[in-house]
Design a protein around this ligand. Structure first.
Ligand SMILES: Cc1cc2nc3c(=O)[nH]c(=O)nc-3n(C[C@H](O)[C@H](O)[C@H](O)COP(=O)(O)OP(=O)(O)OC[C@H]3O[C@@H](n4cnc5c(N)ncnc54)[C@H](O)[C@@H]3O)c2cc1C
Length: 371
């Protein structure tokens, strides 16, 4: 890669993985074009909903701090740039089966500031990255000289029809949403047999895990409730509750507090199959709000009905909130074809993972060396 002709890289998907890869590549001198089909810009599942004057991180809740290695350095850098901050609070595990609350003192988590999507927006705005939002990539064409053309459609606001568009050529392509490697709806057509053979098995190995996120504004905050966030076990509905307003940079002055509750996969599957895939979101919202209140009352039985009243509640459905199974090989790339899947799922299971590997921006290091 010479200074006069930077390597042109297409990164498809501006979630945390795609944005982190793009940022690293741009820092090393590549010229990156970052595509996302979302009209609201980057974020993916690291997203924040703003509605009715409230703000909720309704996707990714926090990032696990890294003890050492490359990721630790990255997190420190993002903290110094003001896009990531430490979240100190009262965390713990709530066992609903036996009604036991165990606070986990001294734990620190990392969150985007002032919202979870701020981190991705910050990374995607870096110099050297060209942003292409509302651009759905549909087809990768391999040219005779080995480079890639990216074909897709640009969505326009209003009723204007989608516009077919082509960008490139690119020296290399990173697919930063593994679902693009699967066959069927949402897949990107690979105009190259070798790439297809390499990537399709990776995509097919991934199992999607649905969930719902409840977003509720309550009168009670984390101090009075006695909890900032909790993993929930033994509950037929919830796996996680958190006071979003307790995260750094989200303080409110109106006396309201934003809470998020994430359901278990089993609950989401049951709700979907019982409703033929069309759950009544209002009914779901009421049901999950009740589960959140019950969970909070186990931690603090003195909470009153007034404190737990919710002037706002809504539910977000995540078809593939988590990817249940990871691909066993952490890093897969085709140096010949110069194409690589690079998202949060190609990593060994947590217990086999060396400390440096995390769901955030994994593969950056290897990709940058390779390019
Ligand atoms: C409710 C919930 C809570 C979670 N909590 C945590 C947590 O606390 N900690 C944690 O580490 N993880 C958590 N996760 C998981 C975490 O959010 C994901 O692992 C991570 O955000 C995935 O990042 P990614 O960049 O790989 O994919 P994504 O964020 O899914 O990004 C992929 C992007 O690719 C784009 N895209 C796809 N196809 C195309 C195409 N053809 N053309 C253009 N763009 C395309 C999509 O629009 C999307 O923006 C949670 C997830 C959910 C849903």
């Amino acid at each position: 890669m010479s200074a006069s002709s930077p390597t042109q890289v297409a990164v498809i998907g501006a979630g945390l993985a795609g944005a982190a890869c793009s940022s690293q590549l741009a820092l090393l001198g590549s010229s990156v074009t970052l595509f996302d089909m979302g009209g609201r810009g980057p974020g993916g599942r690291t997203s924040t909903r703003k509605q009715a004057g409230y703000q909720f991180d309704h996707g990714c809740q926090y990032i696990q701090p890294a003890e050492q290695g490359h990721l630790r350095g990255l997190f420190k850098q993002w903290q110094s740039e003001g896009a990531l901050d430490e979240w100190r609070g009262t965390f713990g595990v709530l066992d609903r089966a036996c009604g036991h609350w165990q606070a986990d003192q001294g734990r620190t988590l990392l969150v985007g500031k002032p919202s979870m999507d701020s981190l991705v927006k910050h990374l995607a705005a870096q110099q050297g990255i060209q942003q292409r939002w509302a651009f759905k990539v549909q087809h990768l064409e391999r040219l005779d000289d080995g480079r890639w053309l990216v074909h897709g459609t640009q969505r326009h606001p209003g009723d204007d029809p989608d516009e077919p568009k082509t960008e490139g050529p690119f020296n290399a392509v990173l697919l930063a949403d593994i679902l693009t490697c699967q066959s069927g709806v949402g897949a990107v057509e690979m105009g190259d047999e070798a790439a297809k053979q390499l990537l399709h098995p990776v995509g097919e190995a991934i199992k999607k895990s649905p969930c719902f996120s409840l977003m509720a504004a309550l009168h009670v905050g984390s101090d009075a409730a006695g909890v900032s966030a909790a993993s929930v076990s033994g509950c037929d509905a919830l796996q996680w509750i958190a006071c979003d307003s307790a995260k750094p940079g989200r303080e409110r002055t109106d006396g309201m507090h934003c809470w998020v509750a994430v359901t278990s996969e089993a609950f989401a599957r049951k709700a979907m199959s019982a409703s033929g895939g069309q759950p009544d979101m209002d009914a779901l919202s009421k049901q999950l709000l009740q589960k959140l209140r019950e969970a909070l009352r186990v931690i603090n039985p003195d909470l009153t009905d007034d404190q737990l009243e919710a002037p706002f509640a809504a539910v977000q459905r995540w078809g593939s909130g988590f990817k249940a199974e990871c691909h066993p090989e952490a890093y897969i790339w085709d140096p010949e074809g110069r194409i690589q899947p690079a998202s949060s799922v190609q990593q060994p299971p947590r217990h086999q993972r060396p400390p440096e590997k995390s769901c955030v921006g994994h593969g950056n290091h290897e990709t940058c060396r390779w390019l």
